[in-house]
Write a protein that binds this ligand. Structure first.
Ligand code: UT7
Length: 323
């Protein structure tokens, strides 16, 4: 029997505390105008001191489970896409499993930084399509505020904390009504590690480290690589990029998003953008934006939705799904 991986529900969580561009201008030599003009970001959310990545993940997961109408007993796979885990081990997914009271199935983390959610969706789709698991919780959750160098204006203004989650269900092909993940395409170019990385780790410094980025070099790579990934996925699915209903991009920079829109002849009103109020929440940005689109009534059942991301690695990729 073959199955399709259908998004049955989604959920979002943003920590209460908001850090505005003007707040940041008190910390480093920057301005609201520079940040808005160069990135599109106005403010971002920051986790409370006692909030861990798993806490954010659990809030988003609960909202997604409620949206899908499922309980802990229905989940048999938890994948957390994160670059900011609670602990070096076990996986944040294991901690989330316990906090949610899920007693069966498997749980693991997936690390592809900002591309983590696309990588994880592609992975989960395979687990469900082959019938190994029935219903997955797919969560993108990050506390990037913990690995920012708050004296480095070139990075600390860009990121925020948050979590987003999908409940993804294996639905028999013949009753899926063409809904679900249709195609995905993942890439990595490890020769570009130096463009975006964290300068610490277990086997190197023994510390968590801080984000380092050659932003303009990443920027130069972004539009071309992202557009190619989206074109590849569209080709695999037998559609044109312009056939999609909604474009849910990773939210790194409004100028990158608009560059992709122009390159692929999309309409600006097809974009679900959350960057202004959230900044770059890494692996959480796509499910957060998707949930926004669903919550405000833009993304409806049956719509064709393109997701894309690019991040440290350099990793990048795209996925096409029918909502
Ligand atoms: O999610 C993972 C993937 N990440 C991305 O896709 C990020 C991609 N990169 C970017 O979004 C952009 O490159 C940035 C927003 C990070 C930077 O924008 P940019 O237009 O590429 O600026 P730049 O790095 O070329 O810097 C231009 C100037 C520099 O000053 P000088 O050398 O021209 O005097 C920087 O020092 O802007 C300066 N600058 C700032 N000025 C005020 C850098 N950061 C700031 C700041 N406030 N926060």
């Amino acid at each position: 029997m073959s199955f399709r991986a259908v998004v049955a529900g989604c959920g979002a969580y943003l920590p209460e505390r908001i850090l505005t561009n003007n707040d940041l201008a008190k910390l480093v030599d920057t301005s609201d105008e520079w940040i808005r003009d160069r990135t599109g970001i106005r403010e971002r959310h920051i986790a409370a001191e006692d909030q861990r990545t798993s806490d954010l993940a659990v809030e988003a997961a609960r909202a997604a489970m409620k949206d899908a109408g499922v309980t802990a007993a229905d989940i048999d796979l938890i994948v957390v896409a994160t670059a900011t885990p609670d602990l070096t081990f076990p996986a944040t997914a294991a901690i989330v499993q316990s906090k949610l009271g899920v007693k069966q199935g498997a749980a693991f983390d997936l690390q592809a930084v900002c591309s983590g959610f696309v990588y994880a969706l592609s992975t989960v789709e395979k687990f469900l399509a082959c019938g190994q698991h029935k219903r997955a919780l797919l969560i993108g959750a990050e506390t990037f505020s913990r690995i920012l160098d708050w004296t480095d204006r070139s990075t600390c203004v860009l990121f925020g904390d948050g979590a987003g989650a999908f409940v993804v269900e294996a639905v028999e092909e013949k009753v899926a009504d063409e809904r679900g993940v249709i195609a995905s395409y993942l890439r990595c170019d490890g020769d570009l590690v130096d463009l975006l990385y964290v300068d610490g780790g277990v086997s190197s410094t023994g510390t968590a480290g801080h984000v380092r980025m050659q932003g303009n070099k990443v920027f130069r790579e972004a539009v071309t690589r992202i557009s190619e990934a989206m074109e590849t996925v569209a080709r695999q699915a037998g559609v044109a990029p312009t056939d999609i209903d909604w474009f849910v991009p990773h939210q790194a920079n409004e100028r990158i998003i608009q560059g992709v829109v122009r390159k692929l002849d999309l309409r600006p009103d097809q974009v679900i953008s959350t960057i202004s109020g959230q900044g770059n929440t890494s692996a959480a940005s796509i499910p957060l934006a998707y949930c926004q689109g669903v919550a405000d009534g833009r993304i409806k059942k049956g719509d064709l939705v393109m997701l894309e991301a690019m991040g440290g690695g350099i990793t990048w990729g795209a996925a096409l799904l029918r909502a």
